[in-house]
Design a protein around this ligand. Structure first.
Ligand SMILES: [Zn+2]
Length: 304
């Protein structure tokens, strides 16, 4: 079973042209503002494009901290820095962070991991053993990657970077896999995508916060005006209002039939596998009954 975890920012999210400069804005601030509305992919070279983005990110302390954490994390996995996992997106979304992970092994507690499972663990980016009653599941992840659409402006990239990197750093690489293994109702999938650690709520706060602080430094007045749940310091003042805003943006994506099907199929096949392993064990009969009950419910939730 393989699952690709994708944190994304959909194209066309909050973008407004009604920026107003303060009376004290300098010619230099205005020129910078003009410049950062150019598409970041204009260089056709993702490394060159990132050079300028990096100078922008370095003007904002939380962005610098995030970028440093990302680079340290990647370096500790032998991947160098953000530059090694960066590309232009090709499929229309503003940006996406993705990191595939798979179940590399599954066994009854107390038994040894297979040679194959051990090998996958050694080759993977990272690994984790999830323990469920009687059963242990070895998860292994692939290298992460991040893309941002060529047409995004430099200004927008400040937002998208903070957003996508928060998906990377903010949560547990295996959080979604673990959720699917333990899922009892498909609604948990959307809830976790939104409000789980490193989910859309966290990512959105980081992205629009950075953009808002950045616009302030360019002498833009009330940069947060377009987000009613955000103050001018870039801090979200109402989680409920942000959630309501994000539900409109993300619900259609996360509840799309194909996606729900794939999550449900993964959960069901995982349960079936565990049931088969435990079937003949008298001591596990309650666990088998529990898994069968959950599986039956998940089947009723499968989109037609
Ligand atoms: Zn996202």
């Amino acid at each position: 079973m393989k699952f690709l975890l994708i944190g994304l920012l959909l194209a066309g999210s909050a973008w407004s042209q009604d920026y107003r400069f303060s009376d004290f804005a300098t010619a230099e601030q205005k020129a910078t503002f003009e410049y950062i509305q150019r598409p970041w992919g204009e260089t056709d070279d993702v490394q060159k494009s990132f050079d300028y983005v990096e100078t922008l990110l370095k003007t904002d302390k939380p962005s610098v901290d995030l970028l440093n954490t990302v680079n340290e994390t990647l370096a500790s996995h032998g991947l160098g820095s953000i530059r090694n996992i960066l590309s232009f997106c090709t499929d229309g979304i503003s940006g996406a962070f993705s990191q595939g992970s798979e179940i590399a092994g599954i066994k009854v507690a107390g038994e040894e991991w297979s040679e194959e499972a051990r090998e996958k663990m050694n080759k993977g980016y990272s690994s984790k053993v999830v323990k469920t009653p009687f059963i242990e599941i070895l998860l292994v992840s692939e290298n992460p990657s991040i893309c941002i659409r060529k047409e995004e402006s430099y200004l927008s990239v400040v937002d998208v970077f903070n957003h996508e990197l928060t998906h990377f750093i903010g949560g547990d690489t295996f959080g979604m896999m673990e959720l699917i293994i333990k899922m009892e109702d498909i609604s948990e999938y959307y809830e976790y995508s939104m409000s789980g650690a490193g989910g859309e709520m966290d990512a959105y706060k980081a992205g629009i916060g950075a953009e808002t602080r950045f616009l302030s430094t360019l002498g833009i007045v009330n940069p947060a005006e377009r987000y009613p749940f955000l103050n001018d310091a870039g801090v979200v003042t109402s989680d409920e209002d942000l959630r309501e805003y994000l539900d409109k943006l993300y619900y259609p994506y996360y509840t799309e039939a194909e996606q729900l099907k794939s999550v449900l199929e993964s959960a069901i096949s995982m349960n079936d596998y565990r049931i088969a392993l435990l079937r003949d064990r008298e001591e596990a009969k309650d666990e088998v009954a529990r898994l069968e009950k959950i599986t039956a419910k998940l089947k009723t939730q499968m989109p037609k």
